[in-house]
Design a protein around this ligand. Structure first.
Ligand SMILES: [Zn+2]
Length: 334
């Protein structure tokens, strides 16, 4: 039984109990005399039933045992182990929760096949930027310690159903996966590596856009990554984009919009400016579902909306269709 129904039933029972209590006028209630010096007589409860609240104490329940679905219209309670088994997708409404870069790599690639590239690149603070009273340098240190990553993207090589590929995965939990100079540089280098070794490139995109803390240096990354991808297209190497929730701003306007094959996860927000900003500027109400992956599929920006459980077979099939072959076990990314 789903836990929500479980607690609902419990709440309903509580209500029933309160309704079932005696409501007769005081004059009609017979009061049993209490024996002198004896224990006070306790009338039997009208519906004495087992209640889990009597023995489940809040401190007995681990805080991470249940997660709540991120979909505002669902908000279902999901058993964490089931949620993880289901690739962090709600079984009831199929809402795809956001993943960290490492979770994504773990879901997409064959076990222990990932080899990181250019992991030593570190961001700088060329403008001495201060935002909301916090220097950019401090914000970076805070984000790095929270996420355990030096920047908002991880690049490297790996196997997907034994087919080798190069992969770049953005992590929205690191400053909204905004594109600063290191993100742009890592994407550009991944493209250059793919031109050299002709490995197909998969970019798992997710971003709030360009990183304002780096000013013009972040905007330059749009041109840099786009120019590098033009060279990849000339070299006739496959580039697949997987758009996850949310992919917006300068990232949509550069490398995330340039895939030979454009895939998206169901319900992902994909667009340049967010719907709220568009509504404020145009003073018009946008139709429901605007800028979602399904909307972009109908309007030609996305080739296919793929459920998370189907991502691995779909991408593997695409790689094989474009000529990649599975490799023998023990491949080390060379
Ligand atoms: Zn849900």
């Amino acid at each position: 039984m789903p836990i929500r129904d479980f607690f609902r039933r419990d709440a309903r029972d509580d209500g029933a109990q309160s309704v079932a209590l005696p409501t007769a006028p005081a004059s009609e209630v017979t009061v049993e005399p209490t024996p002198a010096g004896g224990p006070e007589a306790v009338p039997p409860h009208p519906r004495s039933r087992f209640s889990p609240r009597a023995w489940i104490r809040p401190r007995d329940v681990p805080a991470d045992l249940w997660v709540r679905c991120g979909n505002e219209r669902c908000r279902d309670l999901i058993y964490t182990r089931e949620f993880e088994k289901n690739l962090r997708v709600c079984q009831k409404c199929h809402h795809h929760a956001r993943l960290t870069a490492r979770e994504r790599l773990g879901q997409l690639l064959d076990e222990a096949s990932f080899r990181e590239e250019d992991g030593g690149l570190r961001p700088g603070d060329p403008l001495g930027f201060v935002s909301a009273g916090q220097p950019y340098g401090e914000k970076l240190i805070e984000s790095q310690s929270k996420s355990g990553m030096p920047e908002a993207i991880i690049c490297g090589t790996g196997l997907l159903e034994e087919v080798p590929l190069r992969i770049a995965v953005a992590d929205f939990s690191f400053m909204g996966a905004s594109m600063g100079s290191v993100v742009g540089e890592k994407v550009a280098r991944a493209v250059e590596h793919s031109i050299e070794d002709r490995l197909p490139l998969l970019a798992v995109c997710s971003s709030g856009g360009a990183r304002m803390h780096e000013g013009i240096f972040s905007l330059m990354q749009m041109a840099k990554t786009s120019a590098a991808l033009a060279q990849l297209a000339e070299a006739r190497v496959l580039f697949i984009c997987l758009l996850s929730d949310p992919t917006t701003g300068g990232v949509t306007a550069s490398f995330a919009g340039l895939g030979d094959v454009m895939l998206a996860e169901p319900g992902a927000l994909v667009g340049f400016a967010g719907p709220r900003v568009i509504e404020q500027i145009t003073k018009q109400k946008l139709p429901p579902g605007t800028q979602r992956a399904e909307f972009q599929l109908e309007h030609g920006m996305v080739d296919k909306v793929v459920h998370r459980r189907d991502l691995r077979p779909t991408i593997a099939r695409l790689l094989r269709l474009y000529g990649s072959q599975p490799v023998a076990a023990g491949w080390k990314g060379d």
